[in-house]
Design a protein around this ligand. Structure first.
Ligand code: GLP
Length: 262
């Protein structure tokens, strides 16, 4: 794991976006893993600015969303299919035909989940997966006690996650109870992952993910098993990291050839 501590959310988005940009510059037909939620908004804003400036082109990229609610219509403004189209596909100039979101409305949810993982594999795997982390340590919608070997499947949302996401709905009772999410095993198959966490509400989850024991109680800790995981956190989200000074020192002393920050 590489831990990058930055001063605020805007800087976290800018630094994480450099990782994604470097993949797409190297491979214009890259396969991206897209996350929703507040955490990656700075990444998408930074990438969109570079697209506007003509510096980056996502028109040949493909993408797979991490997760989707089960139980709300596709056209609901808070379905992740809608959010991804509005916040990512349109601003980045992606080809909607090459964007997949788990089908939370499928008649056969289990078959749709299996087919989703097969489609990722058929695309050659995800080159870079964008992630946030929930206050309870979830990544995607893999709630505590999710298996590290799990694949895309239906899950029940934890009460805390429903409460956290109530801000996107008119009434807390409208937050779906279920979702379809890439599994931890699916996420670990991505060639590279970049996770952003900002704010004090994420400090405990970040500490569990980075320094805690490998534990299904903190699903994010599964990323300790990933060979190329970059964790970008602001000072507040880094507050409970016991080795914060070491991460700062390591980042400040990276050899030039390893740096992704320009
Ligand atoms: C959401 C999403 C996750 C996200 C997490 C944190 O519900 N399913 O992909 O990383 O919870 O959300 P936020 O970034 O809004 O804090």
């Amino acid at each position: 794991m590489e831990i990058v501590i930055v001063r605020d959310a805007a800087e976290a988005g800018r630094v994480a976006a450099l990782k994604i940009a470097s993949v797409v510059e190297r491979k214009p037909e890259a396969v991206l893993g897209l996350a929703t939620g507040s955490s990656p908004t700075g990444i998408y804003a930074s990438l969109a600015a570079r697209v506007q400036a003509g510096e980056l082109d996502f028109s040949r990229a493909s993408s797979f969303a991490l997760d989707e609610y089960v139980g709300i219509p596709l056209e609901h403004p808070e379905s992740y299919a809608s959010v991804i189209r509005r916040d990512v596909v349109e601003p980045l100039g992606m080809d909607q035909a090459r964007v997949r979101v788990p089908d939370g409305r499928a008649d056969d949810i289990e078959a749709a989940a299996v087919e989703y993982d097969e489609a990722i594999a058929a695309a050659g795997g995800i080159d870079i997966q964008i992630l946030g982390i929930g206050a309870n340590g979830h990544i995607g919608f893999n709630e505590p006690t999710s298996s590290f070997a799990s694949r895309t499947r239906i899950k029940t949302l934890a009460p805390q996650t429903r409460a956290d996401n109530a801000r996107f709905f008119d009434d807390p009772s409208q937050v779906p109870t279920h979702c379809m999410t890439q599994g931890l095993g699916t996420i670990l198959d991505a060639h590279e992952v970049v996770l952003v966490a900002v704010g004090s509400s994420k400090a405990s989850a970040v500490a569990g993910m980075v320094e805690g024991p490998l534990s299904a109680m903190c699903p994010g800790s599964a990323l300790q098993l990933h060979q190329h995981a970059t964790i970008v956190v602001d000072e507040e989200a880094a507050a409970l990291l016991t080795l914060a000074d070491y991460y700062r020192y390591t980042y400040a002393n990276k050899p030039a050839w390893q740096r992704f920050e320009h």
